[in-house]
Design a protein around this ligand. Structure first.
Ligand code: SAM
Ligand code: DTB
Ligand code: SF4
Length: 350
């Protein structure tokens, strides 16, 4: 036995756990840990409030910081699909799960630009390209992605990309090409994370977010609800985002789209009101951010989505597909936005 560890529980110093780790009291924690813990407690309290009180408060914060009549419409495109070496338990694109998804090599730039122009013509203001890569690596494929970024920017769209982990040097090349936002999700709480993903750590993700910042791009980071996490995990996840300095400019809130063949295929869907609560808490904690109701809208009622909009959601993904899974039909989204009185940002000034 390691002599540094206490031999019995009675020998253990105050605050020690059975495995020898010493639990920190709040005063022992680094200032950032204290801030995170305080935010987590506050978020847990927010999530536990009566739903309508929470939505009312979030709506007030939303109206102080944003025009409540406008909504951002972003469109996704999977520019490289499937065969990903990572093991993310929710993902259709991991080579480790048998999802039957057809893999596709990196698209040609011209085809991507055609899709981006179509998205713009259909009313999108932001175009987000996703690649099933573990990380960004220098080479011909990355050069082509840089060309895509320049091209999409040239069409007058905001550009976002999600390409896996990125270091500062490659981040700087993306920024130089005109990339406005880099999406990299924390996905869930630090504690729940390792039940879902084994091939990269939570700290790897935070490091990528730091690199994105250092490279001068805006940060898009959020997560997925309904992966078997507890409400405390959801509070901890939101606190991890809100404690970033500065917090992300863009916060996608995805509800898990269960994909057959993934470890999470049978995950129980989260109740609609919990999704509304998380959107509301995100709005209160990150008042200036775009809060995007992302994957999972197809399984939500229009009424639940409307409540999310009231609670501060001011961005959605439009178009009939996300990356590999379906999204609501553009005509039904247009009808929903018209019914609740929301105008897409691309509609121009009032
Ligand atoms: N490979 C890159 C990465 O993981 O950073 C980019 C693409 S990845 C598909 C982008 C994000 O989509 C993931 O971080 C995850 O939050 C979200 N996502 C993936 N599959 C999902 C699903 N089945 N349901 C909801 N969100 C999902
Ligand atoms: C994000 O948070 N959600 C988007 C975007 N960032 C890249 C992706 C959702 C993917 C949903 C599952 C799929 O279509 O494969
Ligand atoms: Fe790969 Fe991204 Fe899917 Fe994870 S989420 S398996 S990194 S494509």
């Amino acid at each position: 036995m390691d002599s540094a560890l206490p031999s019995t529980v009675d020998d253990a110093p105050l605050g020690a756990t059975l495995d020898g780790a010493v639990e920190q009291s709040p005063s022992d924690q680094a200032p950032s840990d204290q801030a995170r813990a305080a935010l987590e407690a506050r978020t847990l309290e927010l999530l536990g409030r009566p739903l309508l009180d929470l939505v009312y408060e979030a709506a007030g914060v939303h109206r102080e910081h944003h025009d409540p009549s406008r909504i951002q419409c972003a469109q996704l495109l999977s520019i490289k699909t499937g065969a990903c070496p990572e093991d993310c338990g929710y993902c259709s694109q991991s080579a480790r799960h048998s999802t039957g998804l057809a893999r596709e090599a990196l698209m040609e730039t011209e085809a991507v630009l055609t899709a981006a122009q179509r998205a713009k013509d259909a009313g999108a203001d932001r175009f987000c390209m996703g690649a099933a890569w573990r990380e960004v690596r220098c080479g011909k494929d990355f050069d082509r992605v840089l060309e895509m970024v320049r091209g999409v920017k040239g069409l007058g769209l905001e550009v976002c990309a999600t390409l896996g982990m990125v270091d500062e040097a490659n981040g700087a090349r993306l920024a130089e090409a005109g990339l406005d936002y880099y999406n990299h999700n924390l996905d869930t709480s630090r504690e729940h994370y390792e039940k879902v993903i084994g091939t990269r750590t939570y700290d790897d993700r935070l490091e990528t977010l730091q690199n994105v910042r250092a490279a001068g791009m805006k940060v898009c980071s959020g997560g997925i609800l309904g992966m078997g996490e507890s409400r405390r995990d959801r509070a901890a996840f939101l606190a991890e985002l809100a404690v970033l300095d500065p917090p992300p400019e863009s916060v996608p809130i995805n509800a898990l789209v269960p994909v057959e063949g993934t470890p999470l295929q049978d995950a129980e869907a989260l109740a609609w009101d919990e999704i509304v609560r998380v959107c509301a808490a995100a709005r209160i904690l990150m008042p200036a951010a775009a809060v995007r109701l992302s994957a999972g809208r197809q399984e939500m009622t229009e009424e639940a989505q409307a409540l999310c909009f009231l609670a501060g959601v001011n961005s959605i993904f439009v178009g009939d597909a996300l990356l590999t899974t379906p999204n609501p039909e553009p005509t039904s989204d247009a009808a929903l936005l018209a019914r609740v009185g929301l105008r897409p940002l691309a509609d121009g000034p009032r």
